[in-house]
Design a binder for this molecule. Structure first.
Ligand SMILES: Cc1ncc(C[n+]2csc(CCOP(=O)(O)OP(=O)(O)O)c2C)c(N)n1
Ligand SMILES: CC(=O)[C@@H](O)[C@H](O)COP(=O)(O)O
Ligand SMILES: [Mg+2]
Length: 627
């Protein structure tokens, strides 16, 4: 049946039985494709029936379906002409793991970062109304994404406008980990909102108990009041914002979903449909561990065991997670904050060990940073662990709330540089550029796992805003030191000298530069290598030394060249009138980097040893090696 699907029109005539059968086939395709390619399995298994109902009841791409985060849009892609290419999911030149406008007219809005769907849907609906066109606009947002502030900005505005649009709230009680927050608790109450019969029972109980006047009656009245509130106006929060609320309904019951969607078409103004789903539905390992199968690497379908590349050194994430626990033992002021990603950032051990000093704020990066600033004003030392790409959300909070007040907050940016298959929405390649120009901040990047430990310790001893960034995945594989040492701010280190050129490498680029120097030596080019360590403040002494010794400097970073580390060195050289210096800046170009394996992309963009060596050799030949 699935092989006959080449577009949503192919399911319009399907019966319920056929749709149920198709759902089973889609689940099989999801499981086997993600088992091979990796990806977001649990979220997609949870929206199979919803997506079928949406494409049955609406007419995409005339009707616009917007996905929040979009990590759960695989079924949408399968139904909208990408079944045959679905096996290329997240692979080089294959289809993206997120909606992309350039990939299909059915992908009406690109996504990857959370809580944007309602805002974009409002914009699309406004454009529709301004041009007098007629079509439905639907935003699909998860309960986790509904913890993101932008979602409320959009709900507030949509209610104010009274605009015609439908929000589908996919409530599976999960963000990546278990969902957090008062909204999540409110949704739980609505999921378990008392049915009429329960309220009736309460009333009966009350009446029977009148002779026994006392606290039992008072409690019952209280309970009755609580019940009535949810019974008489379920979804009161949304209703008060101007939405018509439907739900909660079974998000795996296609006829129920279709019935409600049909009703929404005739309702004026914004509508919210609250569906309840099971993340990972249809694949036992994912149903049991929806957090592990939220985003998963290749795995064995039979057992659900993730296929781990053997012999890999521990990930930087793990090094950070262990180091922060160790530091917290001796420093009671250390508190840790995550924005809905305790596992991804490595804070789960800290959370277990120091539950009172750990805060998961939900997908709320802006709140996380300003809350950290508040904590810092009262003597705490917050460690804010947020992926580089998601830290972009909190740029003004870093600048305005932390750095302007020069508060001791440590930002730990995991997934910096090229992340790989998540692609352009997730590569953390801008943080050097959006951080280094902010006054008061110190920006560091470790060459290996030991230096990460030293940087973390140093940051907790510096009474200033500090950012530390490191890449996704394994470290270099050095023997881990048990002692953490304090680094001198702004001090870099010479790894080895070279009379022809000096490579100023930073962070994850140090190791490939060390290897590149060996390749260059075979070409009789003596390249020095500096582990720069600090993107801000720069080690001016080292730069001036290199200017005098070789007059040729190459900077290497896994950040965009524009405004990055190399730009900082260039500015410094200019400010010191070192006009004879020739400088080559290696890094990522002024474009969004596509998805693909991290190693493949580093090679493609010449940020592996061979690429760096080739570029340096070409540059040197151009200016002649100093005799
Ligand atoms: C701004 C931002 N922060 C964090 C993330 C990481 N992230 C991706 S999906 C997700 C959880 C989404 O939960 P929900 O919306 O409930 O979708 P579900 O996976 O449960 O279907 C998070 C935290 C992100 N994509 N964007
Ligand atoms: C969809 C999303 O934003 C997250 O699931 C992200 O893909 C996690 O990235 P890691 O797999 O690097 O933790
Ligand atoms: Mg969820």
């Amino acid at each position: 049946m699935l092989d006959s699907i080449n577009g949503p029109q192919d399911i319009k005539h399907f019966s319920m039985a056929q749709l149920e059968k198709l759902a089973g086939e889609i689940r099989e395709l999801l499981i086997h494709t993600v088992a091979s390619n990796g990806g977001h399995l649990a979220p997609n298994l949870g929206v199979v029936e919803l997506t079928l109902a949406l494409h049955k009841m609406f007419d995409s791409p005339k009707d616009k379906i917007v996905w929040d985060v979009g990590h759960q849009a695989y079924v949408h892609k399968i139904l909208t002409g990408r079944r045959a290419t679905f096996s290329t999911l997240r692979s080089v030149d294959g289809i993206s793991g997120f909606p992309k406008r350039c990939e299909s007219p059915h992908d009406v809005f690109g996504a990857g970062h959370s809580s944007t769907s309602i805002s974009s849907a409002v914009g699309i609906a406004l454009a529709r109304d301004l041009s007098g066109e007629k079509y439905n606009v639907i935003a699909v947002i998860g309960d986790g994404s509904l913890t993101g502030g932008e979602a409320y900005e959009a709900l507030n505005h949509a209610g104010h406008l009274g605009i015609n649009l439908t929000v589908i709230l996919n409530d599976n009680e999960m963000s990546i980990a278990k969902n957090v927050g008062a909204i999540s608790e409110y949704l739980a109450k609505m999921r378990t909102a008392p049915t009429y019969s329960k309220v009736k029972r309460d009333i009966d109980f009350l009446l029977r108990s009148i002779p026994a006047i006392g606290d039992s009656v008072a409690k019952t009245v209280e309970r009755l009041k609580g019940s009535l509130k949810y019974l008489l106006v379920p979804g009161i929060l949304f209703e008060e914002l101007g939405f018509t609320y439907f739900g909660p309904i079974d998000g795996h019951n296609i006829p129920s979903i279709m019935e409600v969607l049909d009703k929404t078409k005739s309702i004026k103004g914004p509508v919210i449909v609250h569906i309840v789903t099971h993340k990972g539905k249809g694949y036992q390992p994912a149903e049991t561990n929806p957090d592990k199968f939220h985003g998963v690497g290749p795995f064995c379908v039979e057992t659900g065991a993730v296929i781990k590349p053997n012999g890999k050194p521990p990930a930087y994430t793990q090094i950070f997670g262990n180091a922060i626990v160790k530091l917290a033992e001796h420093n009671p002021d250390i508190v840790a904050i995550t924005a809905a990603m305790p596992d991804g950032t490595g804070l789960q051990n800290f959370a277990t060990r120091y539950p009172k000093r750990f805060f998961d704020v939900g997908i709320a990066e802006q709140h996380a940073v300003t809350m950290a600033a508040g904590l810092a004003t009262q003597g705490k030392h917050p460690i804010v662990a947020i992926y580089s790409t998601f830290m972009q959300r909190a740029y003004d909070q870093i600048l305005h709330d932390v750095c302007l007040q020069n508060l001791p907050v440590t930002f730990v940016l995991d997934r910096a540089g090229i992340v790989g298959e998540d692609g352009p929405t997730h590569h953390g390649v801008f943080d050097y550029s959006f951080l280094r120009h902010i006054p008061n901040i110190i920006v560091m990047a470790p060459k290996d796992e030991n230096e990460l430990q030293h940087m973390l310790y140093s940051a907790t001893e510096m009474n200033a805003p500090v950012a530390i960034r490191y890449p996704r995945g394994s470290g270099v594989g050095v023997n881990l030191q048990s002692e953490f040492t304090k680094l001198e701010i702004g001090k870099s280190e010479i790894l080895h000298a070279g009379k022809d050129v000096v490579l100023f490498a930073v962070g994850a680029m140090v190791e490939p530069c060390r290897q590149a120097a060996e390749l260059l030596a075979d070409k009789e080019i003596a390249a020095g290598v500096v582990n720069s360590r600090f993107i801000k403040p720069l080690d001016g002494t080292m730069i001036r030394q290199a200017a005098r010794d070789t007059g040729i400097i190459v900077t290497v970073e896994d950040n965009v060249v524009a405004g990055g580390f190399g730009s900082a060195v260039l500015e410094y050289i200019n400010s010191q009138n070192l006009n004879w210096v020739k400088i080559l800046r290696l890094g990522l170009p002024d474009k969004f980097i596509e998805h693909g394996p991290r190693s493949y992309l580093l090679h493609k963009y010449a940020l592996d040893a061979q690429g760096i060596a080739n570029n340096v050799e070409t540059f040197i030949r151009q200016f002649g090696v100093r005799k």
